[in-house]
Design a protein around this ligand. Structure first.
Ligand SMILES: Cc1cc2nc3c(=O)[nH]c(=O)nc-3n(C[C@H](O)[C@H](O)[C@H](O)COP(=O)(O)OP(=O)(O)OC[C@H]3O[C@@H](n4cnc5c(N)ncnc54)[C@H](O)[C@@H]3O)c2cc1C
Length: 157
């Protein structure tokens, strides 16, 4: 079998590369070589599968924004007659806590995230406790909450 492009490994990276090359319409034939159809040796099904924009680099935040939009619409794009492609996407949010030592980093990242349009908010300890009473706040300076970040189920993906 001949292919214009061969991708070695079919986890999320190989799968996404194959998909986006395919829909570009300019890649010719694309094949994915996948020795383990059960995914027992892949990282992807073992991930926690948070799709968060609480990143520090603008490039990562933009990629996460793209992923978030893509996963939110995943079922509409990927469902077939025999596979509903339900990845259980939910906007459950993401919460980062910092100790006083990491406070500068979290503040700097928060500024970058806001500049990139992420609707994140900083919570001081009393606001954190009021919103998330089960979260321990020992040695916590404050938290960053991104309520519209998402989660998926990694195995159906
Ligand atoms: C506990 C945990 C939690 C995580 N939580 C998150 C999270 O919340 N959010 C997030 O974004 N990321 C998370 N990650 C990271 C994320 O899961 C990985 O970055 C991602 O799954 C990597 O995908 P991949 O396609 O590169 O690798 P893999 O999923 O490992 O796929 C690689 C594939 O290549 C195949 N392969 C390897 N060598 C060869 C070869 N020589 N020939 C052919 N095939 C080969 C393997 O069999 C495998 O199927 C988490 C990871 C872990 C472990």
């Amino acid at each position: 079998m001949k292919s214009d492009i061969i991708i070695i490994g079919g986890g999320i990276m190989g799968g996404a590369a194959a998909y986006f090359l395919g829909v570009s319409g300019r890649a010719g034939t694309v094949s994915v070589i996948k020795p383990d159809p059960t995914y027992s040796k892949a990282t992807t099904p073992a991930g926690a599968s948070g799709v968060r924009r609480l990143m520090c680099r603008p490039e990562n935040i933009r990629m996460s924004q793209f992923s978030l939009d893509f996963y939110a619409n995943f079922q509409n794009v990927m469902a077939t007659e025999h596979n509903p492609a339900d990845i259980q996407f939910r906007r459950q949010g993401c919460l980062f806590l910092t100790s006083p030592r990491g406070a500068d980093d979290l503040t700097r990242n928060f500024d970058t995230q806001r500049k990139e349009g992420v609707p994140a908010e900083l919570l001081d300890v009393s606001a954190l406790h009021a919103q998330f009473p089960s979260v321990g706040t020992d040695n916590t300076a404050f938290a960053c909450h991104s309520p519209e970040d998402g989660w998926i189920a990694p195995k159906p993906l």
